[in-house]
Structures are given as C-alpha cells and as structure tokens.
Design a protein around this ligand. Structure first.
Ligand SMILES: O=C(O)[C@H](O)[C@@H](O)[C@H](O)[C@H](O)COP(=O)(O)O
Length: 240
C-alpha cells in the first residue's frame, strides 16, 4: 500500500515524518519492548535532528540501523553515523547512546563491512526466518531516483539474496558504501520517504505518477506500507 501525503512546507514534512515515527515507536515498544528503525543519510539527518527532539518516546528502547552507510571512518564528514552522532548524541538533543546505533565495521573494505553488517543484523533479529522485519525504514530519494545506495541501472537492483550488499562504484560520492537491498526494504512493516524541494519534483512525478521503474519506486513492502511525505514543491505534480 502506497500512501502519499503532500504538505505545504519542509517543516510540515518534518513534523509529519516525526509523528509517523512516534506512533510506530509507541506501537512497537508496547508490543515488543524495542523499536527497530533504519536511518538513511542525506537531508534526513537534518530532518531528524530537527524533529526527533520534539516527540514523546522512550529513546532507550530504540535500536537504530543504517539503510545505507558510507565506508569511511566514523569521524569522516561523509559518515552517516558520524552525522547522527554529532546531531543527535553529542548535541544531547535526544536520549540516545552510541551503542544503540548498529554501525558498520570500521577499517575494512565494503565487501567485508557488508558481510559483517548482515551478521550484526542477524544477531539483532534472533530466529529470523529468512529476512529481518524492521519496524520502520526511513528512506530518502536522490534526484536520479536512487534510494539507500541502490542506483538506477546498477546490478544491485537485482540482488535478492543478500540483506546488505557492498557497492564500490556509487555515482553519489563517496563510492564505497554498504546498503540494504530490496529483500530487506520490502519486508519492513513500513518504509517512509521524506522528500522536499523542487529539485525532486520531476523524479517524484516519474515514480509516483508515471510509475517509471526507478529504484525508489521499487520500495513496496510486501506486507507493509510505504508512505511518501512530500512538500508542495516536491509534490507539485501530484494531484491531491
Ligand atoms: O547516504 C546517502 O547518501 C543516503 O542514504 C541517500 O540514499 C539519500 O537518502 C539520498 O541520496 C537522498 O538524499 P537527499 O535527501 O539529501 O537528497
């Protein structure tokens, strides 16, 4: 099921995004005692740094994974974990500790980091049948329609076995990353795109209106839902 929400401003997108997260966190913590959520990088870092401090939740029950991560040192400006550490942990804005972030192995190449990350995830989902079921995966969409580190025309789009795959030729720098693959994305309970800005409007139209086969458009959880939260600029071609 695909829900599309078009709101006036980027601030409205952030508020709606965090409202959705807050509701899911409450439900999953009440049911399972833990909230397994995946973070992406890019503008989502700022969205969450702005919105998460305002939500009501027990952050100590959160376990945060990465939908994709750059294979760089954590103190590198390109590190997605590094960006969240600075904006959410070091800032003291929310009650999250470093060990609540399931981070990738440092100092190894992408292929080794990917295998290790898949094993780390498996340890967090004991007894998982075939694919871990995340409560929420927060996704971005690049201007080329990529999501996570799944890029148009890349062989990784056809990866249907590995949960986490390496990429060493990312067209979006840096080149070396690990990424969740569609088997994981499409087994989540809920995937959420938070997308703002007129530079995304064309791609949003190609994916959501013209149904072109692009990476972000392939996110369709088999037993879950996907929500696109857009501001009016990114959603200018969406009839609502
Ligand atoms: O680490 C990354 O590069 C991200 O995970 C990436 O997939 C991002 O979500 C999109 O590129 C959208 O980024 P923006 O929202 O900044 O355009």
């Amino acid at each position: 099921m695909v829900d599309i929400v078009v709101l006036e401003t980027k601030e409205n997108v952030i508020s709606k995004l965090c409202e959705v997260i807050e509701t899911s966190a409450k439900e999953n913590i009440e049911k399972n005692g833990v909230f397994n959520i995946g973070f992406s990088g890019g503008s989502l870092v700022t969205f969450l740094a702005t919105g998460l401090p305002k939500i009501q939740t027990d952050f100590t029950k959160w376990r945060i994974f990465f939908c994709d991560e750059r294979v760089v040192p954590e103190d590198d400006a390109d590190s997605t974990y590094g960006a969240y550490k600075k904006s959410l942990i070091d800032s003291g804005k929310v009650n999250l500790k470093p060990d609540q972030f399931i981070t990738i192995k440092q100092g190894v190449p992408a292929d080794e980091a990917a295998v290790d990350y898949g094993q780390k995830i498996l340890r967090c989902f004991p007894g998982v049948a075939n694919v871990p079921v995340f409560d929420v995966l927060l996704l971005g969409m690049g201007p080329d329609g990529h999501t996570c580190s799944l890029f148009p025309g890349h062989p990784l789009l056809e990866e249907n076995t590995k949960w986490i795959a390496p990429i060493t030729d990312s067209p979006k720098p840096p080149p070396n990353r690990v990424t969740m693959t569609y088997p994981v994305l499409n087994h989540a309970k809920m995937c959420v795109f938070a997308t703002a800005g007129k530079e995304k409007a064309d791609m949003v139209k190609r994916i959501l209106v013209e149904k072109e086969d692009l990476p972000a458009g392939r996110v369709k959880p088999v037993a879950g839902k996907v929500i696109w939260i857009l501001d009016k600029e990114a959603g200018m071609h969406i009839k609502h």
